[in-house]
Design a protein around this ligand. Structure first.
Ligand code: 3HC
Length: 696
C-alpha cells in the first residue's frame, strides 16, 4: 500500500480507502496501492468482503490526465481492474461525488456498487477525445444494457444515483460510504462466490444475437461524422462488447483507446481542459477574496437580459429583471417561462423545479427595483449614453453592489466613469443564448478592483459558465478576432469564392456552421446597421441587405431557405450578385481551394490574436483558445486557433501571412511582431511571455 491508498479492517470487511486529493485521480501510486491492497486481502482468512471507497469530496474522477503523453507506468489500470474483478472475496464499490472515467471503470469491475444520494456516474472520456480504456465499453453494457451504455459513452453525460439504481448500475443507495457500505458488503459476502461483471451477459444477449438490434443502436446513438475521431472508435468498441468474446472486446477497446490517447485530437482536448481551469485562476493579492452575491438584478429584458436572468435563477440566485418597457418585460418573462416549460416538456426538469425557479424571478419597470441586489448586470441597448445613465443611477440605488455590463463593444472604462466607484465596475460579456453558451468574457476595466474581478469570475463559475478574463478594447477578444474573419469573408467573396465554398471549407475544418450561415441565422441587418452607423461599407453584405436578403428571417441571405426549413441552399441569384459586385469593383475572380479558404480566414485571426496577446488584452494564448472554442464554435479537437497555429508551426504561419498580405495588399495581414519573434525563436504562442498583471 501507499500513502494514497489505505486499508483498514471493520471486523470481517476490509475497507480500502483511496485518498488522493482533489479528485482521487488514478496516478501510478494510486494504482499500485490499490493493486497491493486487493492482493493483500485475498489470502487473509479473516476477510469476507472488501469495500473500495474514497476520502474527500469524490470517488475516483478518472485516470490522471496529467500522465497522458508520458511513458506509461506499471501497474496499468486494466491490470488493476482485472485484479479487482478476479478477487475471490466480493468487492463493493462505495461511490460518492462523481465516479467518472477510470473511476467508474473500477466500480464496474467490482462485484457490487452502492452510492450515496447525489452521486453522479459517467464515462466522460469522449469529451477528452478518448474512449474508456479500461473496460468501460465492455462492462457497462453488461450492467445497464447496450442502449443506456451507448448513450453514456457517446454523450459523456453522467447519470444520477436514482437513475443508476433503476438501470442496474448500482445495487443500492446507501447513507454513507463507510458503515452502510460495510454492512452491505457483509450481506453479499453471505451469498457465496462473487459474480464477475464480464460473465453477466443477460442484458446484452439480444443485441449480441441480432445484427438488426446493433444497427438500430448505432443509428440511434452515433453522432454524424464531424471530424472527431473518438465517436466512431466508441461505437466500434461498444459493438465489440456485443460481438466478441470478453477478452477480445477488451483488447479491441484498449487498442482504440491507446491510439486516441496518443493522437493529436486528444492532446488538443487536454490542452483545453487545462486551459479552462487555468483561465479561471486569478493571482490575487493576499487577503482579497471573491464575494458571493446573494441577490442579483439584470437591467434589460431583451434576448440577452432574459437569458442572463435565466442563468441566475438556474443557479438558485434570486434575480430581479428590470426593463422600462412593460411590453418587453412581459416578452422577456415569457421567454424565460417558455425556456423552462420546454425543459419540463422534454423531461429535463420537474414542474416543482420550474415553480421554484419562477419563484426566484422578480420583475420591475424602475431602476429602483434593483435595490438590495449585490450584483447588477446591465444588458440594455448598446448605446453609451443609455448605459452611462443607467450606471450613474445604479451608483446611488445599490451603493455597494458589483456593477457589471454585458456590452459587446463599448468602452467599459467610459461606462465606469459614470459612477463614483469605477473600482466596482466590470464587464460580464455573455454569449447568446446565454443559458446555453458556456463562455463569459470577464472584462477587467482599467480600475476594476481585484475583489470585484474575483467576484465576477467566481459568479460566472457559480452560473456554470467558463469565465475568461480579458482587457478592454473594441470587441474584447472574441468579437475583435471575429471581425477580422468577417472582413476576410467579404474579401474572399469578392475575389472568387462563393458562400457555399466558404462555409464548406470551415465546416470541413470542423466548425459546426460556416460564417455565411451564421450571418443568415443571426440576421445580416445587425452588422449592416453597425456599418451604416460607422459610415463603413461591406459591398457584398450591404448589397444583399439592400436587396432585402436579411438572412433566415426573410428566407434569403447568403443562402436561400425553403419555407419552414433552416437548411442553407446555394442561390444562383447570390452568385450573380457577387460576380456582378466583383466586376463593378474591378476585382478579378479566381478559384480558392478549401485549404486556402481556411488559411485566408483563420490565419489573419491568429495574427490578431498575437496582437491581442502582446497588448495584454488576453493574458495567455490558451485563454484565446478557450474563448474561440466555447463562444465561436472553433472545433475543440483542434484545440483553438492559437494552439492550432502552434501545431502548424509559427514559422509556417508567418510565411503564409506574409504571402496573404502580399496577395491582398492588406497591411494588417503582415505578421505581428510577437508572431515574428516567436517564429524566429522556434517557439509557439504557448511560450509567449505573460504580461504582468497589476493590482488596482
Ligand atoms: N486527472 C488529473 N487531474 C484532474 C482530473 C483527472 N482526471 N480531473 C480533475 N483534475 C484536477 C483539475 O485539473 C483541477 O486541478 P487544479 O485545481 O490544479 O486546476 C482539480 O482536479 C479540480 O478539478 P475541477 O476544477 O474540474 O473541479 P470540479 O469540482 O469543478 O470538477 C470533476 C470535478 C467533475 C471531477 C472535473 O474535474 C472533471 O470532470 N474531471 C475530469 C473527469 C474525466 O474526464 N475523467 C476521465 C479521465 S480519462 C480516463 O479515465 C481514461 C480511462 O478510461 C482509462
Amino acid at each position: 500500500m501507499t500513502d494514497l491508498v489505505g486499508c483498514r479492517r471493520d471486523r470481517d470487511v476490509a475497507v480500502i480507502t483511496i485518498d488522493n486529493p482533489p479528485v482521487n485521480a488514478l496516478k501510478a501510486e494510486v494504482r499500485a496501492g490499490l493493486m497491493a491492497a486487493i492482493a493483500a486481502v485475498q489470502d487473509d482468512p479473516d476477510v469476507a468482503a472488501v469495500v473500495i471507497r474514497c476520502a474527500g469530496r469524490t470517488f475516483v474522477a478518472g485516470a490522471d490526465i496529467s500522465e497522458f503523453g508520458k511513458p506509461p507506468l506499471a501497474p496499468l489500470l486494466p491490470d488493476v481492474i482485472r485484479a479487482v474483478e478476479e478477487s475471490r472475496k466480493p468487492v463493493v464499490a462505495a461511490l460518492h461525488g462523481t465516479a467518472l472515467g477510470g473511476g467508474l471503470e473500477i466500480a464496474l469491475a467490482c462485484h457490487h456498487r452502492v452510492a450515496v444520494p447525489g452521486t453522479r456516474m459517467g464515462l466522460p472520456e469522449i469529451r477528452l477525445g478518448l474512449i474508456p480504456g479500461s473496460g468501460g465499453t465492455q462492462r457497462l453494457p453488461r450492467l445497464v444494457g447496450p442502449d443506456r451504455a451507448f448513450a453514456m459513452v457517446l454523450t459523456g453525460d453522467p447519470i444520477d444515483a436514482e437513475t443508476a439504481l433503476a438501470e442496474g448500475l448500482v445495487d443500492a443507495i446507501v447513507a454513507d460510504t463507510e458503515a452502510a457500505a460495510v454492512a452491505f458488503a457483509r450481506t453479499v459476502a453471505a451469498h457465496g462466490a462473487p459474480v464477475r461483471t464480464r460473465d453477466r451477459t443477460e442484458k446484452i444477449a439480444e443485441a449480441a444475437a441480432k445484427p438488426e438490434t446493433r444497427e438500430a443502436l448505432v443509428a440511434r446513438h452515433a453522432p454524424k461524422a464531424d471530424g472527431r475521431e473518438a465517436p466512431p472508435a466508441a461505437v466500434a468498441a461498444l459493438c465489440a462488447a456485443l460481438t466478441l468474446p470478453f477478452d477480445e472486446g477488451l483488447a479491441r477497446e484498449r487498442a482504440l483507446f491507446v491510439s486516441l490517447r496518443d493522437g493529436d485530437q486528444s492532446a488538443a482536448y487536454r490542452h483545453l481542459f487545462a486551459a479552462e481551469r487555468e483561465a479561471a485562476r486569478l493571482d490575487l493579492p493576499a487577503g482579497v477574496a471573491a464575494r458571493k452575491p446573494a441577490r442579483a438584478a439584470v437591467i434589460g429584458a431583451g434576448t440577452m437580459g432574459a437569458g442572463i436572468a435565466t442563468c441566475f435563477a438556474n443557479a438558485g440566485i434570486p434575480v430581479t429583471m428590470v426593463d422600462v418597457s412593460p411590453e418587453s418585460l412581459a416578452r422577456g418573462s415569457e421567454t424565460i417561462r417558455k425556456t423552462w416549460a420546454g425543459a419540463v416538456a422534454r423531461g429535463k426538469m420537474t414542474q416543482a423545479e420550474m415553480d421554484r425557479r419562477l419563484g426566484l424571478l422578480a420583475t420591475g419597470t424602475a431602476l429602483a427595483d434593483v435595490a438590495g441586489s449585490e450584483v447588477v448586470v446591465e444588458a440594455a441597448i448598446e448605446e453609451m449614453t443609455v448605459k452611462r445613465d443607467i450606471f450613474a443611477t445604479l451608483d446611488t440605488i445599490v451603493p455597494d453592489a458589483v456593477l457589471a455590463t454585458n456590452t459587446s463593444y463599448l468602452d467599459i472604462d467610459d461606462i465606469a466613469q459614470a459612477t463614483t466607484r469605477p473600482r466596482q465596475v466590470v464587464g460580464l460579456h455573455f454569449f447568446s443564448p446565454a443559458p446555453v453558451m458556456k463562455l463569459v468574457e470577464v472584462v477587467r476595466a482599467r480600475e476594476t478592483s481585484p475583489e470585484v474581478l474575483a467576484t465576477a469570475v467566481s459568479l460566472a463559475r457559480t452560473l456554470g459558465k467558463t469565465p475568461v478574463v480579458v482587457g478592454v478594447c473594441h470587441g474584447f477578444v472574441g468579437n475583435r478576432m471575429l471581425r477580422v474573419r468577417s472582413t476576410e469573408v467579404e474579401r474572399l467573396l469578392l475575389a472568387g469564392a462563393l458562400p457555399q465554398d466558404i462555409d464548406g471549407a470551415l465546416t470541413g475544418f470542423g466548425f459546426a456552421m460556416g460564417p455565411c450561415a451564421v450571418g443568415d441565422l443571426s440576421g445580416l441587418d445587425i452588422a449592416w446597421r453597425m456599418r451604416k452607423a460607422q459610415g463603413a461599407r461591406a459591398e457584398i453584405a450591404d448589397r444583399l441587405c439592400e436587396a432585402g436578403r436579411l438572412g433566415q428571417k426573410t428566407g434569403r441571405g447568403y443562402f436561400r431557405y425553403e419555407p419552414g426549413s433552416r437548411t442553407p441552399l446555394p442561390d444562383p441569384e447570390v452568385e450573380a450578385l457577387i460576380v456582378a459586385t466583383s466586376q463593378a469593383l474591378g476585382v478579378a475572380r479566381r478559384r480558392f481551394s478549401a485549404d486556402e479558404i481556411v488559411e485566408r480566414l483563420l490565419l489573419p485571426m491568429v495574427n490578431e490574436g498575437a496582437r491581442i496577446l502582446s497588448e495584454g488584452i488576453a493574458q495567455r494564448a490558451a485563454d484565446i483558445d478557450v474563448i474561440w472554442v466555447n463562444g465561436y464554435g472553433f472545433p475543440a479537437y483542434r484545440g483553438g486557433p492559437m494552439y492550432w497555429a502552434d501545431r502548424l508551426g509559427l514559422a509556417h504561419v508567418r510565411d503564409r501571412l506574409t504571402a496573404i498580405a502580399a496577395e491582398t495588399g492588406e497591411p494588417s495581414h503582415a505578421p505581428a511582431p510577437l508572431l515574428v519573434d516567436l517564429a524566429r525563436a522556434g517557439a509557439g504562442f504557448a511560450d509567449a511571455p505573460r504580461p504582468g498583471v497589476t493590482a488596482n
